[in-house]
Design a protein around this ligand. Structure first.
Ligand code: AP5
Length: 253
């Protein structure tokens, strides 16, 4: 068991892409993957909110778009994502939560991985044959959740501004009302978790993000998971998908 845990946090993992509508549990499952495999969570929503909070040029452009529940234009996303994926902690792999979200973003990511991630890994392991030359395609996990459940998850979500821990007043309330269990910070409600904005976000998902699932389905990289279950059950299945993917790629990831 201890050996297994040591293996999981030493080998290359993924990249893992979590796909799913707002409230599907991408952030929740990403955190489980981080804990298990020791690779970083790259949440484009969190990165954008950080830019908004710091008032950067990107943040100023993204703020009103996000407040309306629309997607930030692709061209604004690429630089931000590339910068993050080039950081040293992404070398063993990473879990993408909220990216790609358009078919164009999916194509951009494939090109980025090929040029900047796989070639770098291959250069570092010149002894490996080209077939095993670290070209591990992403494993794409689609979280499927019923619409009514999504609404409950989004309207009930609370998060800790200090440690980022997620709660839900319906499904996972804090021990003390509105306070984080870990550091007792006052929990906050996300700006875009109001019902009228939620419906815009879900509409953007239907129109712009569903084609991303088709993109990966055609490449036989998509694995759908029923995410209308307790989070631990979902996580167990997600780990199984990742471990199988790593086995199938014969040491490339
Ligand atoms: P982003 O922050 O990515 O939001 P989202 O995709 O709408 O997803 P959420 O964070 O709302 O939900 P989640 O699936 O992570 O669920 P969570 O785990 O939190 O994006 C925000 C905005 O940024 C976008 O609208 C857009 O403007 C912009 N943006 C971001 N990426 C972009 C991109 N690539 N391109 C363009 N624009 C982009 O869970 C939700 C709740 O449910 C929590 O309370 C949780 O505790 C609870 N919960 C989770 N799992 C379960 C379970 N199994 N059972 C019961 N409750 C559960």
């Amino acid at each position: 068991m201890a050996n297994q845990a040591a293996n999981d946090t030493a080998r290359n993992v993924g990249p893992v892409i979590l796909l799913g509508p707002p409230g599907a549990g991408k952030g929740t499952q990403a955190k489980q993957i981080v804990d298990r495999y020791g690779v970083p969570q790259i949440s484009t929503g969190d990165l954008l909110r950080d830019h908004v909070g710091r008032g950067t040029e990107l943040g100023l452009e993204a703020k009103a778009i996000m407040a309306r529940g629309e997607l930030v234009p692709d061209e604004l996303m690429y630089g931000m994502v590339a910068t993050r994926l080039r950081e040293a902690d992404c070398q063993r792999g990473f879990v993408l939560d909220g990216f790609p979200r358009t078919a164009a973003q999916a194509g951009w990511l494939d090109a980025f991985l090929e040029k900047e991630v796989f070639e770098n890994r291959a250069e570092k392991n010149p002894g490996k044959s080209p077939e095993k030359s670290e070209r591990c395609p992403p494993v794409v996990i689609q979280l499927l959740v019923d619409y009514t459940q999504l609404l409950l998850r989004l309207t009930g979500r609370r998060s800790c501004p200090t440690c980022g821990r997620l709660y839900n007043i319906h499904f996972q309330p804090p021990l003390v009302d509105e306070l984080c269990d870990v550091d007792e910070s006052k929990l906050v409600i996300r700006n875009d978790d109001r019902e009228e904005i939620i419906s815009e976000r879900l509409a953007a998902y239907e129109k712009q993000t569903k084609p991303v699932a088709d993109y990966y389905r055609l490449q036989r990289r998509l694995v759908a998971v029923n995410a209308d279950r307790p989070r631990e059950e979902i996580a167990a299945q997600v780990f199984g998908v990742i471990d199988r993917h790593c086995l199938d790629s014969q040491g490339a990831c």
